[in-house]
Design a protein around this ligand. Structure first.
Ligand SMILES: Cc1cc2nc3c(=O)[nH]c(=O)nc-3n(C[C@H](O)[C@H](O)[C@H](O)COP(=O)(O)OP(=O)(O)OC[C@H]3O[C@@H](n4cnc5c(N)ncnc54)[C@H](O)[C@@H]3O)c2cc1C
Length: 309
């Protein structure tokens, strides 16, 4: 019930200004974001990799309309990738990129700039010995993101895609992307979307998630099952055995700080588990989407804001 108001709040510049004065050290922020710097991100990666997990790293930021800001984001990814390679972490850690952080919304030639910037990051990832996955943002960006994915895959076929089960179009998109070598992360979808394009009831989103799982696990690609939902994890495991898939021909993914014990349990059972680590100073939008999913944390969040510790 609180999901939509929190997601609406996430768009308020006034609230953003107030909340963004909270230091990243505030405990509600650190429960989801391990730090602001490349060093913080690499340290968190190292800890998780030592524990038998894999990682995907997101340099936080989105919706930029400033070309210099987009360039700075590309530079941050390149610094990160070089560091992962130097520390021997690249075989276990890839990066997740939001196209709106690297120019997709620039007024004149956003699509083209985002494509070139993404190409630059893909090249750096390949040199480091790892891969890129393009995060998916709200439905107005889906066509542009999938078209950039198609372009990138001509040179970097290892580039991963994300599809959101809440969108009505997604089952068809899964069919189009379930081909050999195609890495596809399936998530429920974190954005507030209109009824015309998206299922509104949780039960309908869950049903769509299961239909999409069937397409992806029954297909030829490499499904990346991104959910904390115990039912979806269980259904995915049963479908994987039904389709004769062995662990390692698909993977589970969860967010940093969410159900860490389940992440370890799945890895100990022989599954590939990848943890999504967001880092950087621009944690506002990310934090608000997580609060929308777990409104029980709202009281805790408001208290942190009032005490500003
Ligand atoms: C690796 C990864 C990458 C993602 N990338 C994208 C992306 O590119 N674009 C996008 O739109 N969204 C993305 N998401 C977010 C996703 O769309 C969902 O918003 C988010 O994962 C919550 O959905 P859920 O499947 O976990 O289940 P929900 O429907 O939110 O929750 C179902 C159940 O899961 C368990 N659960 C959920 N959250 C918690 C928690 N905090 N603590 C304990 N139990 C919990 C509870 O049992 C809950 O009842 C990503 C998610 C992951 C894991």
């Amino acid at each position: 019930m609180l999901r939509q108001p929190i997601l609406l709040l996430a768009r308020s510049q006034g609230v953003k200004k107030l909340v963004s004065t909270m230091p990243v050290s505030s405990s509600i922020v650190t429960s989801y974001v391990p730090g602001e710097t490349t060093a913080d991100a690499v340290a968190a990666t190292s800890d998780l990799v030592d524990g038998g997990l894999r990682v995907t790293l997101d340099y936080l930021g989105e919706d930029t309309t400033d070309a210099a800001h987009a360039d700075a984001t590309v530079a941050a990814y390149k610094e990160l990738l070089a560091d992962l390679a130097t520390k021997g972490l690249a075989p276990h850690a890839e990066v997740s990129v939001k196209l709106s952080a690297i120019g997709q919304f620039l007024p004149d030639n956003g699509h083209k700039v985002a494509l070139e910037n993404a190409r630059d990051i893909c090249r750096a990832a390949r040199n480091a010995g790892t891969t890129v996955t393009l995060d998916m943002e709200d439905h107005t960006t889906t066509d542009s993101t999938l078209s950039i994915l198609r372009e990138l895959r001509k040179d970097f076929p290892e580039t991963g895609a994300v599809l959101q089960a809440m969108l009505r179009r997604t089952e068809a998109d899964c069919r189009a992307l379930a081909y050999e070598g195609s890495r596809v992360r399936l998530c429920k979808g974190a954005y507030m979307e209109p009824e015309k394009v998206a299922f509104q009831d949780r039960i309908d989103v869950d049903r769509s998630y299961v239909r999409c799982l069937k397409v992806l696990l029954g297909g030829q690609g490499y499904p990346m099952i991104a959910t904390h939902d115990p039912r979806m994890v269980q259904i995915a495991s049963s479908l994987a055995s039904r389709f004769g898939r062995r662990p390692g021909t698909y993977e589970f993914q969860m967010l940093y700080g969410i159900r860490p014990e389940e992440q370890k349990r799945l890895a100990a059972a022989g599954e590939t588990v990848r943890v999504y680590i967001p880092y950087g100073t621009e944690w506002y939008g990310y934090l608000m989407r997580r609060l929308a999913e777990k409104p029980q944390n709202l009281g805790f969040f408001v208290r942190s804001l009032v005490s500003k510790k």
